[in-house]
Design a protein around this ligand. Structure first.
Ligand code: NAD
Ligand code: ZN
Ligand code: ZN
Length: 369
Protein backbone atom coordinates (compact mmCIF):
# COMPACT_ATOMS: atom_id res chain seq x y z
CA UNK A 1 0.00 0.00 0.00
CA UNK A 2 2.87 2.40 0.69
CA UNK A 3 4.30 1.56 -2.71
CA UNK A 4 6.93 4.07 -3.74
CA UNK A 5 7.60 5.52 -0.29
CA UNK A 6 9.40 2.60 1.20
CA UNK A 7 12.93 1.40 0.99
CA UNK A 8 12.99 -1.89 -0.94
CA UNK A 9 15.34 -4.66 0.12
CA UNK A 10 16.35 -6.84 -2.79
CA UNK A 11 19.26 -8.62 -4.40
CA UNK A 12 21.96 -6.92 -6.45
CA UNK A 13 25.37 -7.86 -7.82
CA UNK A 14 27.91 -5.51 -6.26
CA UNK A 15 31.45 -4.91 -7.53
CA UNK A 16 33.14 -3.97 -4.25
CA UNK A 17 36.54 -3.19 -5.77
CA UNK A 18 38.38 -3.31 -9.10
CA UNK A 19 39.07 -6.88 -10.23
CA UNK A 20 36.88 -8.61 -7.60
CA UNK A 21 34.14 -10.99 -8.79
CA UNK A 22 30.63 -9.56 -8.47
CA UNK A 23 29.13 -10.36 -5.11
CA UNK A 24 25.40 -11.14 -4.70
CA UNK A 25 24.22 -8.97 -1.82
CA UNK A 26 21.03 -7.82 -0.20
CA UNK A 27 20.86 -4.07 -0.85
CA UNK A 28 18.47 -1.30 0.12
CA UNK A 29 16.99 0.74 -2.73
CA UNK A 30 15.64 4.13 -1.59
CA UNK A 31 12.39 5.52 -3.01
CA UNK A 32 12.61 7.75 -6.08
CA UNK A 33 13.06 11.47 -5.41
CA UNK A 34 11.41 14.20 -7.50
CA UNK A 35 11.85 13.54 -11.20
CA UNK A 36 13.01 9.96 -10.62
CA UNK A 37 11.49 6.55 -11.22
CA UNK A 38 12.08 3.24 -9.48
CA UNK A 39 12.05 0.27 -11.84
CA UNK A 40 11.60 -3.42 -11.06
CA UNK A 41 14.13 -5.08 -13.32
CA UNK A 42 12.81 -8.03 -15.30
CA UNK A 43 15.74 -8.83 -17.61
CA UNK A 44 19.27 -7.63 -18.19
CA UNK A 45 21.81 -8.44 -20.87
CA UNK A 46 25.54 -8.63 -20.21
CA UNK A 47 27.80 -6.46 -22.36
CA UNK A 48 31.59 -6.35 -22.50
CA UNK A 49 31.42 -2.88 -20.95
CA UNK A 50 30.21 -4.46 -17.67
CA UNK A 51 33.33 -6.64 -17.61
CA UNK A 52 35.49 -3.63 -18.53
CA UNK A 53 33.99 -1.78 -15.57
CA UNK A 54 34.74 -4.70 -13.23
CA UNK A 55 38.34 -4.73 -14.44
CA UNK A 56 38.75 -0.99 -13.86
CA UNK A 57 38.95 -0.18 -17.59
CA UNK A 58 35.88 2.07 -17.70
CA UNK A 59 36.65 5.78 -17.21
CA UNK A 60 35.77 7.69 -14.04
CA UNK A 61 34.00 4.85 -12.26
CA UNK A 62 33.63 4.83 -8.48
CA UNK A 63 33.49 1.61 -6.48
CA UNK A 64 31.61 -0.06 -4.85
CA UNK A 65 29.27 -0.06 -7.81
CA UNK A 66 26.37 -2.10 -9.22
CA UNK A 67 27.14 -2.80 -12.92
CA UNK A 68 24.68 -3.64 -15.70
CA UNK A 69 23.30 -1.36 -18.39
CA UNK A 70 21.21 -3.52 -20.74
CA UNK A 71 17.99 -3.69 -18.76
CA UNK A 72 14.27 -3.80 -19.24
CA UNK A 73 11.70 -3.66 -16.47
CA UNK A 74 8.46 -2.31 -15.09
CA UNK A 75 8.02 1.04 -13.35
CA UNK A 76 7.34 0.32 -9.66
CA UNK A 77 6.92 3.91 -8.43
CA UNK A 78 7.52 7.50 -9.50
CA UNK A 79 8.74 10.60 -7.71
CA UNK A 80 7.07 14.02 -7.70
CA UNK A 81 6.63 15.66 -11.05
CA UNK A 82 7.09 12.56 -13.20
CA UNK A 83 4.48 12.50 -15.97
CA UNK A 84 6.14 10.53 -18.78
CA UNK A 85 5.69 7.12 -17.14
CA UNK A 86 3.47 5.59 -14.46
CA UNK A 87 3.70 2.47 -12.28
CA UNK A 88 3.14 -0.64 -14.38
CA UNK A 89 4.64 0.78 -17.58
CA UNK A 90 7.21 -1.35 -19.37
CA UNK A 91 10.49 0.52 -19.86
CA UNK A 92 14.01 0.09 -21.17
CA UNK A 93 16.71 1.78 -19.11
CA UNK A 94 18.90 4.23 -21.03
CA UNK A 95 22.61 4.27 -20.25
CA UNK A 96 22.91 7.39 -22.41
CA UNK A 97 20.02 9.54 -21.20
CA UNK A 98 18.15 12.12 -23.21
CA UNK A 99 17.45 15.14 -21.00
CA UNK A 100 15.83 16.93 -23.92
CA UNK A 101 17.26 20.29 -22.83
CA UNK A 102 21.02 20.34 -23.39
CA UNK A 103 22.70 21.64 -26.53
CA UNK A 104 23.25 18.11 -27.89
CA UNK A 105 19.73 16.85 -27.10
CA UNK A 106 18.44 19.88 -29.00
CA UNK A 107 20.68 19.09 -31.98
CA UNK A 108 18.95 16.56 -34.25
CA UNK A 109 22.36 15.38 -35.55
CA UNK A 110 23.59 14.33 -32.10
CA UNK A 111 22.66 11.50 -29.74
CA UNK A 112 24.91 12.72 -26.95
CA UNK A 113 23.47 14.27 -23.79
CA UNK A 114 25.47 16.41 -21.39
CA UNK A 115 24.02 14.28 -18.56
CA UNK A 116 25.88 11.24 -19.95
CA UNK A 117 28.81 9.71 -18.09
CA UNK A 118 31.41 10.78 -20.64
CA UNK A 119 30.70 14.41 -19.67
CA UNK A 120 29.57 14.23 -16.04
CA UNK A 121 29.80 11.20 -13.75
CA UNK A 122 26.71 9.02 -13.58
CA UNK A 123 28.00 7.07 -10.59
CA UNK A 124 25.69 9.30 -8.50
CA UNK A 125 22.23 10.58 -9.43
CA UNK A 126 21.82 14.27 -10.41
CA UNK A 127 21.49 15.39 -6.75
CA UNK A 128 24.97 13.82 -6.17
CA UNK A 129 23.66 11.06 -3.90
CA UNK A 130 23.00 7.36 -4.51
CA UNK A 131 19.82 5.36 -3.92
CA UNK A 132 21.68 2.13 -3.09
CA UNK A 133 23.13 1.09 0.25
CA UNK A 134 24.57 -2.21 1.40
CA UNK A 135 25.93 -3.09 4.85
CA UNK A 136 25.71 0.59 5.79
CA UNK A 137 27.75 1.76 2.78
CA UNK A 138 26.71 3.89 -0.17
CA UNK A 139 26.86 1.89 -3.40
CA UNK A 140 27.37 3.74 -6.69
CA UNK A 141 25.23 3.62 -9.78
CA UNK A 142 26.68 2.58 -13.16
CA UNK A 143 25.71 5.05 -15.88
CA UNK A 144 22.78 5.60 -13.49
CA UNK A 145 21.02 2.44 -14.64
CA UNK A 146 22.72 -0.37 -12.59
CA UNK A 147 20.63 -3.12 -14.10
CA UNK A 148 22.33 -5.89 -12.08
CA UNK A 149 19.89 -5.08 -9.26
CA UNK A 150 16.31 -6.29 -8.82
CA UNK A 151 15.24 -2.65 -8.39
CA UNK A 152 16.96 0.50 -9.58
CA UNK A 153 16.27 4.25 -9.48
CA UNK A 154 16.97 6.67 -12.37
CA UNK A 155 15.80 10.11 -13.54
CA UNK A 156 12.74 9.79 -15.77
CA UNK A 157 14.71 10.94 -18.82
CA UNK A 158 16.85 7.80 -18.49
CA UNK A 159 13.97 5.45 -19.29
CA UNK A 160 12.01 4.91 -22.49
CA UNK A 161 8.44 3.67 -22.24
CA UNK A 162 7.91 0.76 -24.63
CA UNK A 163 5.03 -1.29 -26.07
CA UNK A 164 3.22 -3.27 -23.36
CA UNK A 165 3.38 -6.33 -25.65
CA UNK A 166 7.20 -6.37 -25.71
CA UNK A 167 8.88 -9.47 -24.19
CA UNK A 168 11.31 -7.85 -21.75
CA UNK A 169 13.72 -10.80 -21.73
CA UNK A 170 14.25 -10.24 -25.46
CA UNK A 171 14.09 -6.48 -25.90
CA UNK A 172 16.58 -5.74 -23.10
CA UNK A 173 19.22 -6.16 -25.83
CA UNK A 174 17.84 -2.98 -27.39
CA UNK A 175 19.39 -1.05 -24.49
CA UNK A 176 22.96 -1.35 -25.78
CA UNK A 177 24.48 -4.13 -27.90
CA UNK A 178 22.08 -4.22 -30.81
CA UNK A 179 21.54 -0.45 -31.30
CA UNK A 180 25.31 0.12 -31.02
CA UNK A 181 26.35 -2.31 -33.75
CA UNK A 182 23.36 -1.81 -36.02
CA UNK A 183 23.40 1.98 -35.59
CA UNK A 184 27.17 2.13 -36.22
CA UNK A 185 26.34 0.96 -39.73
CA UNK A 186 23.00 2.64 -40.38
CA UNK A 187 23.48 5.97 -38.57
CA UNK A 188 27.20 6.59 -38.07
CA UNK A 189 28.57 5.20 -41.36
CA UNK A 190 25.38 5.36 -43.44
CA UNK A 191 26.63 2.41 -45.49
CA UNK A 192 25.60 2.59 -49.13
CA UNK A 193 24.21 -0.40 -51.05
CA UNK A 194 26.85 -2.39 -52.90
CA UNK A 195 29.70 -1.45 -50.55
CA UNK A 196 32.39 -3.61 -49.04
CA UNK A 197 32.41 -3.77 -45.24
CA UNK A 198 34.64 -5.40 -42.65
CA UNK A 199 33.57 -5.98 -39.05
CA UNK A 200 36.30 -6.77 -36.51
CA UNK A 201 34.97 -8.48 -33.37
CA UNK A 202 31.82 -10.61 -33.43
CA UNK A 203 30.29 -10.22 -29.98
CA UNK A 204 26.85 -8.70 -29.54
CA UNK A 205 28.01 -5.39 -31.02
CA UNK A 206 29.89 -6.86 -34.01
CA UNK A 207 27.13 -9.33 -34.95
CA UNK A 208 24.64 -6.46 -34.84
CA UNK A 209 26.95 -4.53 -37.17
CA UNK A 210 26.93 -7.51 -39.56
CA UNK A 211 23.11 -7.37 -39.48
CA UNK A 212 23.27 -3.64 -40.21
CA UNK A 213 25.61 -4.17 -43.18
CA UNK A 214 23.27 -6.79 -44.59
CA UNK A 215 20.25 -4.51 -44.11
CA UNK A 216 22.13 -1.64 -45.78
CA UNK A 217 22.70 -3.79 -48.86
CA UNK A 218 26.48 -4.24 -48.57
CA UNK A 219 27.70 -6.60 -51.28
CA UNK A 220 30.56 -7.98 -49.24
CA UNK A 221 30.69 -8.34 -45.46
CA UNK A 222 34.00 -9.60 -44.08
CA UNK A 223 33.67 -10.78 -40.48
CA UNK A 224 36.83 -11.01 -38.36
CA UNK A 225 37.29 -12.66 -34.95
CA UNK A 226 40.00 -14.61 -33.14
CA UNK A 227 37.26 -17.01 -31.99
CA UNK A 228 36.11 -19.07 -34.99
CA UNK A 229 33.08 -20.28 -33.02
CA UNK A 230 31.53 -16.91 -33.87
CA UNK A 231 31.57 -17.58 -37.62
CA UNK A 232 28.44 -19.74 -38.13
CA UNK A 233 26.27 -17.02 -36.61
CA UNK A 234 28.04 -14.29 -38.58
CA UNK A 235 27.40 -16.24 -41.81
CA UNK A 236 23.75 -16.77 -40.87
CA UNK A 237 23.42 -13.00 -40.45
CA UNK A 238 24.98 -12.16 -43.81
CA UNK A 239 28.78 -12.30 -43.55
CA UNK A 240 30.23 -13.32 -46.91
CA UNK A 241 33.75 -14.07 -45.60
CA UNK A 242 34.93 -15.03 -42.12
CA UNK A 243 38.56 -14.60 -41.13
CA UNK A 244 40.46 -15.60 -38.02
CA UNK A 245 43.60 -13.42 -37.70
CA UNK A 246 45.29 -16.28 -35.84
CA UNK A 247 45.13 -18.43 -38.99
CA UNK A 248 46.96 -15.80 -41.06
CA UNK A 249 50.65 -15.31 -41.73
CA UNK A 250 50.23 -11.58 -42.38
CA UNK A 251 48.69 -8.87 -40.20
CA UNK A 252 44.90 -8.63 -40.57
CA UNK A 253 44.94 -5.15 -42.11
CA UNK A 254 47.21 -6.34 -44.95
CA UNK A 255 44.90 -9.27 -45.65
CA UNK A 256 41.81 -7.04 -45.63
CA UNK A 257 43.47 -4.61 -48.05
CA UNK A 258 44.44 -7.46 -50.37
CA UNK A 259 40.96 -8.93 -50.28
CA UNK A 260 39.30 -5.63 -51.16
CA UNK A 261 41.79 -4.08 -53.59
CA UNK A 262 42.54 -0.82 -51.80
CA UNK A 263 40.78 -1.41 -48.51
CA UNK A 264 37.13 -1.75 -47.52
CA UNK A 265 34.63 1.06 -48.01
CA UNK A 266 33.70 0.76 -44.34
CA UNK A 267 35.38 -0.92 -41.39
CA UNK A 268 33.86 -1.38 -37.94
CA UNK A 269 35.88 -2.01 -34.80
CA UNK A 270 33.81 -3.91 -32.22
CA UNK A 271 36.52 -5.30 -29.94
CA UNK A 272 37.77 -2.35 -27.90
CA UNK A 273 41.52 -2.94 -28.23
CA UNK A 274 44.15 -0.57 -29.61
CA UNK A 275 45.62 -3.02 -32.12
CA UNK A 276 42.25 -3.87 -33.67
CA UNK A 277 41.39 -0.18 -33.74
CA UNK A 278 44.57 0.57 -35.66
CA UNK A 279 43.91 -2.40 -37.97
CA UNK A 280 40.36 -1.20 -38.66
CA UNK A 281 41.65 2.30 -39.38
CA UNK A 282 44.30 1.19 -41.84
CA UNK A 283 42.14 -1.35 -43.65
CA UNK A 284 39.49 1.04 -44.93
CA UNK A 285 40.42 2.54 -48.31
CA UNK A 286 42.68 5.57 -48.36
CA UNK A 287 40.27 7.92 -50.11
CA UNK A 288 36.59 7.35 -49.35
CA UNK A 289 37.08 4.71 -46.65
CA UNK A 290 35.44 5.19 -43.29
CA UNK A 291 36.33 3.49 -40.02
CA UNK A 292 33.83 3.46 -37.19
CA UNK A 293 35.03 2.81 -33.65
CA UNK A 294 32.24 1.01 -31.79
CA UNK A 295 34.48 -0.77 -29.26
CA UNK A 296 35.48 1.07 -26.07
CA UNK A 297 39.26 1.46 -25.81
CA UNK A 298 40.60 0.99 -22.25
CA UNK A 299 40.31 4.14 -20.13
CA UNK A 300 43.44 6.28 -20.28
CA UNK A 301 45.03 4.42 -23.21
CA UNK A 302 46.74 6.27 -26.07
CA UNK A 303 47.04 5.30 -29.72
CA UNK A 304 49.75 6.55 -32.06
CA UNK A 305 48.79 6.72 -35.71
CA UNK A 306 50.33 8.25 -38.83
CA UNK A 307 48.14 11.33 -39.54
CA UNK A 308 48.93 10.86 -43.23
CA UNK A 309 46.37 8.03 -43.07
CA UNK A 310 43.66 10.70 -42.90
CA UNK A 311 45.20 13.17 -45.36
CA UNK A 312 44.01 11.22 -48.37
CA UNK A 313 40.40 11.46 -47.23
CA UNK A 314 39.83 8.52 -44.92
CA UNK A 315 37.39 9.19 -42.14
CA UNK A 316 37.67 7.93 -38.59
CA UNK A 317 34.68 8.22 -36.37
CA UNK A 318 33.38 7.02 -33.02
CA UNK A 319 29.84 6.23 -31.99
CA UNK A 320 27.99 6.01 -28.71
CA UNK A 321 25.14 3.53 -28.86
CA UNK A 322 25.13 3.72 -32.64
CA UNK A 323 24.00 7.31 -32.83
CA UNK A 324 20.38 6.78 -31.72
CA UNK A 325 18.72 9.41 -29.57
CA UNK A 326 17.76 6.69 -27.14
CA UNK A 327 14.58 7.97 -25.54
CA UNK A 328 13.09 8.70 -28.97
CA UNK A 329 14.48 5.66 -30.75
CA UNK A 330 14.23 2.72 -28.34
CA UNK A 331 10.40 2.56 -28.46
CA UNK A 332 10.63 2.55 -32.27
CA UNK A 333 13.30 -0.18 -32.21
CA UNK A 334 10.99 -2.22 -29.96
CA UNK A 335 8.14 -1.80 -32.47
CA UNK A 336 10.44 -2.83 -35.32
CA UNK A 337 11.47 -5.91 -33.34
CA UNK A 338 7.81 -6.80 -32.74
CA UNK A 339 7.24 -6.40 -36.51
CA UNK A 340 10.16 -8.83 -37.03
CA UNK A 341 12.23 -6.28 -38.95
CA UNK A 342 15.43 -7.68 -37.45
CA UNK A 343 16.56 -10.85 -35.74
CA UNK A 344 17.43 -9.86 -32.20
CA UNK A 345 16.92 -13.33 -30.79
CA UNK A 346 20.05 -14.63 -32.50
CA UNK A 347 22.05 -12.50 -30.02
CA UNK A 348 20.34 -14.19 -27.10
CA UNK A 349 22.71 -17.08 -26.37
CA UNK A 350 21.74 -18.00 -22.80
CA UNK A 351 18.96 -17.17 -20.36
CA UNK A 352 19.96 -17.51 -16.73
CA UNK A 353 18.25 -16.73 -13.42
CA UNK A 354 19.39 -13.53 -11.73
CA UNK A 355 21.34 -15.50 -9.09
CA UNK A 356 23.62 -16.85 -11.84
CA UNK A 357 24.85 -13.44 -13.03
CA UNK A 358 28.45 -14.43 -12.31
CA UNK A 359 28.05 -17.46 -14.56
CA UNK A 360 26.85 -15.09 -17.28
CA UNK A 361 29.95 -12.92 -16.77
CA UNK A 362 32.09 -16.08 -17.03
CA UNK A 363 30.37 -17.02 -20.34
CA UNK A 364 31.22 -13.54 -21.65
CA UNK A 365 34.88 -13.90 -20.60
CA UNK A 366 35.00 -17.36 -22.21
CA UNK A 367 33.66 -15.94 -25.49
CA UNK A 368 30.54 -18.11 -25.28
CA UNK A 369 27.90 -15.48 -25.27
P1 NAD B 1 32.29 -9.20 -26.75
O1 NAD B 1 33.33 -9.47 -25.75
O2 NAD B 1 31.02 -9.99 -26.71
O3 NAD B 1 32.88 -9.35 -28.24
C1 NAD B 1 34.17 -8.99 -28.59
C2 NAD B 1 34.65 -9.96 -29.67
O4 NAD B 1 35.94 -9.54 -30.12
C3 NAD B 1 34.79 -11.40 -29.17
O5 NAD B 1 34.07 -12.27 -30.03
C4 NAD B 1 36.30 -11.64 -29.24
O6 NAD B 1 36.63 -12.98 -29.56
C5 NAD B 1 36.71 -10.70 -30.33
N1 NAD B 1 38.14 -10.32 -30.29
C6 NAD B 1 38.93 -10.13 -29.21
N2 NAD B 1 40.17 -9.80 -29.60
C7 NAD B 1 40.16 -9.76 -30.96
C8 NAD B 1 41.14 -9.49 -31.95
N3 NAD B 1 42.40 -9.18 -31.61
N4 NAD B 1 40.78 -9.56 -33.25
C9 NAD B 1 39.51 -9.90 -33.60
N5 NAD B 1 38.54 -10.16 -32.70
C10 NAD B 1 38.86 -10.09 -31.40
O7 NAD B 1 31.98 -7.64 -26.64
P2 NAD B 1 30.67 -6.78 -27.02
O8 NAD B 1 29.72 -6.80 -25.88
O9 NAD B 1 30.22 -7.13 -28.38
O10 NAD B 1 31.35 -5.32 -27.03
C11 NAD B 1 32.35 -5.01 -27.99
C12 NAD B 1 33.01 -3.69 -27.66
O11 NAD B 1 32.08 -2.63 -27.80
C13 NAD B 1 33.53 -3.58 -26.23
O12 NAD B 1 34.71 -2.80 -26.24
C14 NAD B 1 32.42 -2.80 -25.53
O13 NAD B 1 32.90 -2.15 -24.37
C15 NAD B 1 32.07 -1.83 -26.63
N6 NAD B 1 30.75 -1.19 -26.57
C16 NAD B 1 30.66 0.09 -27.00
C17 NAD B 1 29.45 0.73 -27.06
C18 NAD B 1 29.36 2.12 -27.57
O14 NAD B 1 28.43 2.84 -27.20
N7 NAD B 1 30.24 2.53 -28.45
C19 NAD B 1 28.31 0.04 -26.67
C20 NAD B 1 28.41 -1.30 -26.28
C21 NAD B 1 29.64 -1.91 -26.24
ZN1 ZN C 1 26.99 -2.07 -23.52
ZN1 ZN D 1 20.63 16.26 -22.88
Amino acid sequence: PLCGFQVIRCKAAVAWAVGKPLSMEEVEVAPPKAGEVRVKMVATGICRTDENLRQGLFPNSDFPIIPGHEGAGIVESIGDGVTSVKPGDKVILLCVPQCGKCIFCLNPESNFCLKAHMFETQCVLPDKTTRFTCKGQQIHHFMWVSTFAEYTVVPDYAVAKIDAAAPLDKVCLLACGFPTGYGAVINAAKVKPGSTCAVIGLGGVGLSAVMGCKAAGASRIIAVDINSDKFPKARELGATDCINPQDLKKPIHEVLIEMTGYGADYTFEAVGKLDTLAAAMTSCNLSTGMCIMAGDPPAGSMLTIDPMLLLTGREWKGTMLGGWKMRDSVPKLVSSYLEKKFNLDVLNTHTLPFDKLNEGMELLRAGKR
